[in-house]
Design a protein around this ligand. Structure first.
Ligand code: ME8
Length: 511
């Protein structure tokens, strides 16, 4: 049977410094979705990579006394290590300095030039060198860049422009006809009202202020604007070229989900669709602009000294501790907060007390009362058994609906509701009392079986978020069964020796 395909990408971070936990959150988020889709039987292609050209990187390399290529080679290695450390299960890693990518970008530029979507003009206005952005007289604020507040310089030079306005009506129609294209919907309204409806200016798509980038083949003193270079990674990674796209491209494009941060929604929902329209290629199905993970209440920045790094957090909380916090804490449409105190609180409450405790007490009781042999459940169900099963059925429904609409933290929350019910089930059924009465042996078996089955289903549901721990749980109950149907755990098998999955963390750990 042919599996349905699912193509998912992250933004490609600038290769200018070690990625912080905010950048890493994005790859964890995309990874959780990719794992979920694989579990559902999709043929998933998960792409990530690095954005390596541009003035900022050229300057960072100069400061480090390295060539830009040496510099990006180093940072890319650091980034890949972190991606691997958090368990990112990507299928391909693209670097914008990869030769096939550079070649395809040059071809795309020439094609658009030849067909008249890109034209050579003159730029007269203001240029912010650090941001590599142009502004009109109306846009600058007190002679400074409206984005970063740094001084701008007068610019009057030849440059290439993309006729965005030609495609504006088509873009508006596409947004109207595809309500799911921009998620969350609030970001769609922002794009329409602030950028598209007021009128799209032609976009300057070449630079002469630096050389570290893809040169325009027919006019090599110009370098292709970094965003054209960066956005096209999503198709060049699959082997797109203007003449003869590969089978991989034909199979996976259009993209099902671009996972990106809120600050670059404009590039992905205006410039990117328009580039694709000009190339006569289909548009991505959904662009999800997630919120930012802020350090305390503040944006993470080197100057504030509040930048947090995934590798340091993993040393303290383990990979699943970090993945869990990021995914469970980030709301669907607004920003999230990360502090070490919050991680500890969430870790202790959910992972140690709720999940860890349920697993540990269930495995221990199965050893104590049944010598590790998974008991059978009686056919007749008590009221408590029915309540427990209803809780899991409801959780599975909510979970699927939330996962399919990318509301990850809400999906996770629904699992923990079921886990709390399972802990309550054990308390109410009190196996330690049943164990004292020989005539209740069969009831005791039912309670233990249902508890083991609860942790099995929870582990299957948690697999996309905390894969290492979920695998450990399934291993403890000696099963690979991934069905979400209650009652699929095989009786008669042996559970393993107990293992502490998440021990409580004292608040003494300092960041
Ligand atoms: O924008 N929390 O790269 P980048 C969550 N190269 N996400 C955050 C974040 C935070 N605190 N800070 C940044 C670029 N991000 C371009 C992308 S794609 C064709 C080119 C997200 O290194 C940010 O929103 O500045 C973006 O999605 C990603 O990290 C890389 O950011």
């Amino acid at each position: 049977m042919n599996k349905e395909k699912y193509y998912i990408t992250t933004a490609i971070p600038y290769c200018s410094a070690k990625p912080h936990i905010g950048n890493v959150y994005e790859v964890i988020l995309a990874d959780a979705i990719a794992r979920y889709k694989r579990q559902k039987g999709y043929d998933v292609f998960f792409l990530t990579g690095t954005d390596e050209h541009g003035l900022k990187i050229e300057n960072a390399a100069k400061e480090a006394g390295l060539t830009p290529q040496e510099y990006t080679d180093n940072i890319c290695e650091v980034l890949k290590n972190i991606w691997n450390m958090v368990g990112a299960s990507y299928d391909k890693f693209i670097r914008t300095t990869d030769d096939y990518h550079e070649k395809a970008v040059a071809d795309i530029f020439e094609k658009l030039l030849l067909q008249g979507d890109i034209y050579k003009g003159k730029y007269e206005g203001w240029y912010c060198i650090p941001d590599e952005s142009f502004y009109t007289d109306m846009q600058i604020v007190d002679g400074k860049c409206p984005d970063c507040g740094r001084p701008v310089v007068r610019s009057n030079e030849e440059a290439y422009f993309f006729k965005l306005s030609k495609y504006a009506d088509r873009l508006i129609r596409y947004l109207d006809e595809n309500q799911d294209f921009i998620q969350p919907i609030s970001r769609k309204n922002e794009m329409l009202n602030n950028f598209i409806k007021p009128g799209l200016q032609d976009l300057c798509v070449s630079r002469t202020s630096f050389t570290w980038g893809v040169k325009v083949p027919s006019d090599p003193k110009h370098v292709v604007y970094v965003w054209i270079d960066a956005l096209t990674n999503y198709i060049t990674a699959l082997g797109y070229n203007t003449k003869n796209p590969t089978e991989l491209y034909k199979k996976y494009w259009p993209c099902d989900l671009h996972v990106i941060g809120k600050d670059i929604v404009r590039f992905h929902t205006i410039y990117w669709p328009i580039i694709l329209m000009a190339l006569e290629e289909p548009l991505p199905k959904t662009v999800y602009g997630h919120g930012w993970l802020n350090s305390g209440g503040d944006k993470m920045s080197k100057s504030k000294g509040n930048v947090m790094f995934a590798d340091e957090l993993i040393k303290k909380f383990g990979v699943d501790g970090v993945r869990y916090y990021c995914l469970a804490e980030m709301p669907f449409s607004s920003d999230g907060i990360i502090t070490s105190e919050n991680i500890i609180a969430k870790y202790n409450a959910d992972l140690a007390n709720n999940l860890g405790n349920l697993v540990s007490r269930t495995i221990s009781m199965n050893k104590k009362y049944f010598d590790k042999i998974i008991p059978e459940a009686e056919k007749v169900e008590a009221e408590q058994d029915i309540k427990l099963k209803i809780a899991f059925t409801q959780t599975i429904e909510i979970y699927s609906e939330k996962m399919d609409s990318y509301r990850i933290s809400e999906a996770i929350e629904s699992i923990f509701v079921a886990l709390s019910c399972a802990n309550k089930y054990i308390d109410e059924c009190s196996p330690w009392i049943l164990a004292k009465d020989k005539s209740r042996r069969s009831r005791l078996g039912t309670v233990i079986y249902n508890s083991l089955e609860s942790i099995r289903i929870a582990a299957v549901l948690l697999m996309p978020f905390i894969p290492e721990s979920s695998k450990k749980i399934l291993n403890l109950i000696n099963t690979k069964e991934s069905s979400l149907e209650f009652g699929k755990l095989k009786s008669g098998e042996l559970t393993k020796e107990n293992e502490i999955l998440f021990s409580r963390i004292d608040n003494l750990i300092k960041m």
